[in-house]
Design a binder for this molecule. Structure first.
Ligand SMILES: Cc1ncc(COP(=O)(O)O)c(C=O)c1O
Length: 401
């Protein structure tokens, strides 16, 4: 008989074609190495300080009140209403209907993949700015989209308008914007968003914008411009956000999308079958988060600015070429002076095992690893004492050269 079964062992260990195309997250791998070596973990972007007491109290009260069963799949009504109210306070004129335009998800991560799966077809092109947050590549693969990369260039991490124009075609379905931007700290300007708006209208393209660092920036009031508020983009923008970074609860896994009703309907359907919903008592605590006063956000930005300055000074002193971020909580560094070999992965491993500081090799943020070989990224959502400990360890980098 010509027909033969594949050997059971080989079949059992085979990955799907999609899963086989991407590797394990390097960021999570560096976190594991940091634990193994007792290193200060400036790799993964999670705070090592407490979340606001209001959130903890509200979560505990919700559990005690037996708010422990499934919430409505696209989000508890009170939480959706509080998100809409907070958006209206932060960005007057941006009106969100909590009944039809919000889908609560398990973090920004699920918000992004539910959006891609709900709105993008296999073969559609999706424009990504490079360097990019490492999830966007696998998100594109999982949804069958074809990524089109447009480079953000140092020192101000802007894009070349002609290059962006050339990336748009009748195959383009969406462009992913991330502002404030991980890993560069770039904030998209009004002029840049106007160019994106013109191109998206001309080619009938969606904007999927990840604004998880919306309140963590150093430009002062009005510095962050949500693409959904840019003329021409309101009816074609999906805004992705989460409690994770703003309220120091990355482990809670509560996020959301804001989008026109027709787009939200697609996201909600996918979300329902992916996860059913985010944790009900933590959505109740999300209401408390959305109710925090404006001063919470000013204090947050000021605290992050002090952390940024401390780490940037230490890195400069250690011999790194520092690119000072305007937003988010990462510093991209040029390692040419401290790692003449230009092997970012080997350098990051040495940094963990010999210096005791974990960071992320630059190749994680580029499609071609060679483009990141002189780059390393440090995260600074940490207590002052943690950053001071990292700073004192980093002094040995310069000494060791
Ligand atoms: C740009 C960006 N989007 C999304 C996420 C993940 O968000 P969440 O933890 O809410 O899934 C991160 C985390 O580092 C991020 O940097």
């Amino acid at each position: 008989m010509a027909y033969s079964q594949p050997a059971p062992a080989a079949a059992a260990s085979r990955l799907s074609a999609k899963a086989a195309t991407f590797t394990e997250s390097v960021i999570r791998e560096m976190t594991r190495l940091a634990i193994a070596h007792g290193a200060v973990n400036l790799a993964q972007g999670f705070p090592d300080f407490s979340c606001p007491a209001e959130l903890k109290d509200a979560a505990k009260a919700a559990i005690d009140a037996d708010d422990n069963q499934y919430a409505i799949t696209w989000g508890a009504p009170a939480f959706r209403a509080s998100i809409a109210a907070k958006v209206a306070r932060a960005y007057p004129g941006w009106d969100v209907d909590p009944d039809t335009q919000i889908c609560v998800t398990c973090g920004a991560t699920e918000a992004m993949i539910a959006t891609m799966l709900g709105l993008v077809d296999p073969g559609d092109e999706v424009i990504l700015f490079e360097p990019f947050y490492e999830n966007y590549g696998p998100d594109a693969v999982l949804s069958g989209a074809v990524p089109r990369l447009v480079r953000l260039r140092a020192p101000d991490w802007t894009f070349d308008e002609a290059e962006l124009r050339a990336a748009f075609s009748d195959r383009t379905r969406a462009i992913v914007v991330n502002t404030p931007h991980n890993p560069t700290g770039k904030m998209f300007s009004r002029a840049e968003l106007d160019v994106i708006a013109e191109l998206c209208q001309r080619h009938d393209v969606l904007v999927i914008t990840d604004e998880i660092y919306e309140h963590i920036h150093y430009l002062g009031p009005g510095g962050h411009i949500p693409p959904a508020t840019v003329p021409g983009l309101a009816d074609r923008t999906v805004t992705v956000n989460a409690l994770s970074k703003t309220y120091a609860v990355t482990g809670w896994r509560v996020g959301w999308t804001i989008a026109p009703a027709a787009l939200t309907a697609g996201i909600r359907k996918v979300h329902d079958f992916l996860t059913v919903g985010a944790a009900a008592p933590l959505q109740a605590a999300g209401v408390a988060a959305m109710g925090l006063p404006a001063s919470y956000y000013t204090d947050l930005a000021a605290a992050y600015q002090a952390r940024r300055d401390l780490l940037c000074d230490a890195l400069t002193e250690a011999g790194f070429g520092v690119s000072q971020p305007s937003g988010a909580y990462y510093v991209m560094c040029d390692t040419s002076a401290v790692d003449p070999d230009g092997d970012d992965v080997a350098f990051a491993r040495r940094l963990v095992s010999e210096i005791g500081v974990a960071a992320v090799p630059g190749s994680s943020f580029f499609a071609d690893p060679a483009d990141g070989r002189h780059i390393i990224r440090f995260a600074f959502p940490k207590r002052e004492e943690t950053l001071r400990e990292a700073a004192s360890r980093l002094r040995r980098v310069r000494a060791g050269r």
